[in-house]
Design a binder for this molecule. Sequence first.
Ligand code: GRG
Length: 302
Amino acid sequence: MTGKVPFDLKEYLNEKKGLVDKALDSYFPDPSGPASDVIKAMKYSLFAGGKRLRPILCMAGAEAVGGDGKFVLPVACAIELIHTYSLIHDDLPVMDDDDIRRGKPTNHKVFGEAIALLAGDGLLTEAFHLMTADELIALVSPHLILKVISLIAAAAGYGGMVGGQVVDIQWEGKAPDFPIVEYIHTHKTGAMINASVTSGAMLAAGDGPRLTAITSYGKKIGLAFQISDDILDIEGDSETMGKTAGADVEKGKMTYPAVIGLNKSKQIQSDLVEKAIDSLKIFDHGAEPLRQIARYIIKRKK
Ligand code: GRG
């Protein structure tokens, strides 16, 4: 008797997280030498218990177009380094001034502001070092690697995550504004989530309508992810999330619930997830992880 083995998302996420953790560990030396403090600080935040959603999306993007998730690991891990840098910098007193991240004291609370700033810088630059590693160049054409690096750099920079963060900070405490909150969410969070899944698909030779479909999915889940983060700030619990609940409300952040209310925010995030899944209709069972990850994004508790 033949039949498809039912897809188990929990098992999939655990397996991929294990691969990411192992690869990340292999890229970093044990802290030693005169600059060991910054290596310690980088590793502290990198191994503080993140979900590894972005690298998992990168692998799942590769698999959806028929590739092997493992071979995109250097890029998947580079994206996690960029994400971790953004969290360290976001938590600094000069930005959101947070004490707890990933269930632990924030980087600057442990290592001081100067080392935390440099740990973030170190992670960001190491990401680009990793994406130009011999291991990847041996498998993928330099032209394709450059295209992927360009995509990720644009998503991380002023036209993406950095730009979103700027507007997020500048609009704190201001009157609700829908185009602004949409800008913040699609840039601060959505751009890197979309780049994660799209880069995986590109590296596995996804192109044409298949790449367009993956990008359409990536944009929708990127926005849905940040709306769910806004909702968790109101409905979640600090211990489970590993960060302080209610912080957005206290700081007067421009969030979806603040601008359009909780119920409408929930409706929009569900619609985005349905549309994201619909974008994948040209794919077969290979895109099942992406479909299930989309549903998980708005059900998660952390
Ligand atoms: C450029 C300094 C700088 C910041 C960029 C990403 C970002 C802006 C700030 C981080 C703070 C924040 C609340 C961002 C929204 C995105 C988000 C929900 C991040 C947390 O991502 P998860 O839930 O975290 O994937 P883990 O810890 O699981 O990796």
